[in-house]
Write a protein of this length. Structure first.
Length: 353
């Protein structure tokens, strides 16, 4: 199949909407990452998403809408969700809602809840409005690859597999939406994203919990609250190691780890904050973005991970952020890229030889 890559002109939006309404797939930009959309109420269309991505069937999809009226007959809106919708929609917040039988099992992987989001990106909004049906859309990457934040990323994963990609430039947030469960007691962040735990707590005036699997691997036998958290994700081919500790020690440890690894014959690099590029000269430094502005780290993280693969690094040593605010979402993605492998700078510096 030929994959068209088009800027979102009125004609391209019409074509995209026609494709969606006839059960085909369209990749489109959102403020988080690029989505791969299909008519959420047509199981045969939704099935094509799983085939194109190589996605396991038990990993449910997010249903995208442009108007809350579209939820009529599909799900019940819990009171806490209502409050959050007023504060954060349209935007990067996905809410779980108890659903009716009209939502196909294929969308929810048979779960009793459906994940719903209203994106703020103008191209996503225009497309959703034109198509007129709720659109099921996961990230538009092949399963196991970093989510796409540019149309070029989508093309590199989906060329020949889907008929159309709408090119709306680079995504603003750069990480997937926050997934929040408000259906079971204390609201719980299942996946951290652009709407932070702190922002949710401010609006709700209550505590919001965070799923345990966000900053550590699932324990043997532990159930993932969000099925997507079960899967290996965002992992480059090379081995990523997170280096933790106080700033000066981390920089010293990164230099030591890099040189030891290179000496052992492994093609190596460091991932560091923009502020530390000079201090790490000679260690193949790759820019994570500004430590003082974590939003810039989120924006470029997936692009950076894709580049590491293209450049064929075998060993990657990375700085970390405190897991607060946007730092929680960043450390969740970086942690998973590293399979949560980390070393304390102090230990690295005191290790013999
Ligand atoms: P993606 O489409 O790649 O952004 O992934 C959607 C994420 O939302 C995955 O991590 C899913 O596991 C999660 N998700 C979707 N629906 C549900 C649901 N009903 N319950 C829990 N998690 C969900
Ligand atoms: Mg995804």
């Amino acid at each position: 199949m030929e994959t068209k890559l088009l800027f979102p002109s009125p004609e391209a939006l019409q074509l995209a909407s026609d494709l969606l309404r006839s059960g085909q797939l369209v990749a489109f930009p959102t403020e988080t990452v690029y989505g791969l959309g299909a008519d959420a109420l047509t199981p045969e269309a939704v099935a094509k998403i799983f085939a194109a991505k190589g996605r396991p069937a038990d990993n449910p999809l997010i249903m995208h809408i442009w108007s809350v009226d579209q939820l009529e007959g599909l799900c019940r809106i819990p009171p806490l969700a209502e409050k959050l919708m007023a504060a954060f929609w349209p935007g990067p917040l996905t809410l779980l809602m108890p659903r009716t039988d009209r939502v196909p099992d294929m969308v929810t992987a048979g779960l009793p809840t459906v994940a719903v989001r209203m994106p703020s990106h103008p191209v996503a909004q225009a497309l959703l409005r034109k198509a007129g049906v709720p659109i099921a859309a996961p990230s538009a990457n092949r399963s196991g690859k970093p989510s796409p934040t540019t149309a070029a990323h989508v093309l590199s994963d989906m060329d020949g597999r889907i008929p159309l990609i709408l090119d709306g430039g680079a995504c603003d947030v750069g990480l997937e939406s926050t997934v929040l469960d408000t259906c079971h007691g204390t609201p719980c962040v299942l996946r951290p994203g652009g709407i932070t735990r702190e922002m949710l707590e401010t609006v709700l005036g209550t505590e919001v919990s965070v799923a345990g699997s966000i900053l550590q691997p699932l324990k043997p036998g532990e159930q993932a609250l969000s099925p997507g958290m079960r899967y290996r994700h965002y992992a480059p081919e090379g081995q990523v190691t997170l280096v933790t500790g106080e700033e000066k020690e981390v920089l010293d440890a990164l230099r030591l780890l890099f040189h030891t690894s290179e000496t052992a014959g492994r093609r190596s690099c460091v991932l560091c904050f923009h502020e530390h590029l000079e201090a790490l000269e000679g260690c193949n430094p790759h820019d994570l973005g500004l430590r003082s502005q974590p939003e810039t780290v989120a924006q470029r993280l997936f692009d950076t991970l894709r580049r590491l693969d293209q450049e064929g690094f075998e060993a990657i040593f990375s700085e970390v952020l405190p897991p607060e605010g946007m730092g929680l979402a960043i450390m969740n993605r970086l942690g998973r890229a590293a399979s949560f492998r980390s070393v304390a700078a102090r230990d690295a510096l005191s290790a013999p030889g």
